[in-house]
Design a binder for this molecule. Structure first.
Ligand SMILES: *[C@@H]1O[C@H](CO)[C@@H](O)[C@H](O)[C@H]1NC(C)=O
Length: 247
């Protein structure tokens, strides 16, 4: 399954150059083509909007597959960041846009305390998060329209800090619980009141077979700051009534 949109080259047909073009124009086009290939990130970074995806840790840690707390210890019982993903309006997305731009810890040194708080990894084995952050940067961040690594992670951190999703759920009577179930429409409405727009919700299945809220897909404009109405929603696999497990 290929979800990657056509590359720069496939969308820019050299066949459009006419043989009768004045030589100055031919030269100008040649310069543009050369500039284009040497400046990959700004060329391949066409996308329509971001999914800012946050996850509920309780729904990652009660699966058949084990989770592992970060080396720094158990995170807060709160939503944390999965990623900030460039997406197209048709539901496809670009990925790995610049393999030469590898993750560089030193560029986000000053963000590490916040990264640990809001963007930790729960995958096994226990980790300090750098593998997770490398993956997010290299697969998604390199397609984010020319944001630097520091800008990319700082934007994600600013977004999660601006939203109290758990507080909005609590205001709607939705609290983490091992027993209770909630209408997914109630959850979506409550999350929407924090964001200003209805987010996508994704559910997964716990080891005990409960269908539970796992991730929230929040749509953000290409500035990586402004919440927008979602152009397209993921297929969230939520039942009408879902759990929000404790963590
Ligand atoms: C959860 O995180 C949000 C920021 O995303 C914050 O506003 C809220 O106070 C946190 N809630 C708890 C219970 O820690």
């Amino acid at each position: 399954m290929s979800r990657v949109k056509g590359s720069y080259l496939s969308r820019t047909s050299p066949g459009k150059m006419r043989s009768k073009a004045p030589s100055a124009l031919v030269a100008a086009v040649a310069v543009l083509l050369i500039a284009g290939t040497s400046c990959q990130s700004s060329v391949i970074s066409d996308f329509d909007f971001f999914y800012f995806v946050v996850q509920w840790p309780g729904s990652y840690c009660d699966l058949k597959k084990a989770c592992c707390y970060p080396t720094l210890g158990k995170p807060a019982s709160n939503f944390s960041i999965h990623g900030l993903w460039p997406n197209y309006d048709d539901g496809t997305y670009p990925q790995n846009c610049d393999p030469s731009d590898t993750f560089d810890y030193s560029q986000i040194q000053d963000l590490i305390p916040q990264m640990n708080k809001y963007w930790g990894s729960l995958s096994c084995p226990s980790s300090d998060g750098t593998d997770f952050w490398s993956h997010e940067w290299e697969k998604h961040g390199t397609c984010s329209g020319g944001l630097s690594q520091h800008e990319y992670f700082a934007k994600g951190l600013a977004l999660i800090k601006s939203l109290n999703l758990l507080g909005s759920l609590q205001n709607a009577g939705v609290k983490p619980s091992s027993q209770a179930t909630y209408d997914v429409s109630t959850i979506q409405k409550a999350l929407g009141s924090a964001i200003g727009f209805t987010p996508g919700v994704e559910c997964n299945t716990a080891a005990n077979k409960n269908n539970q809220l796992y991730q929230v897909y929040i749509c953000v404009d290409k500035d990586a700051e402004t919440f927008i109405e979602c152009p397209v929603y993921p297929n969230g696999k939520c039942k009408p009534s879902v759990h929000l497990p404790t963590f």
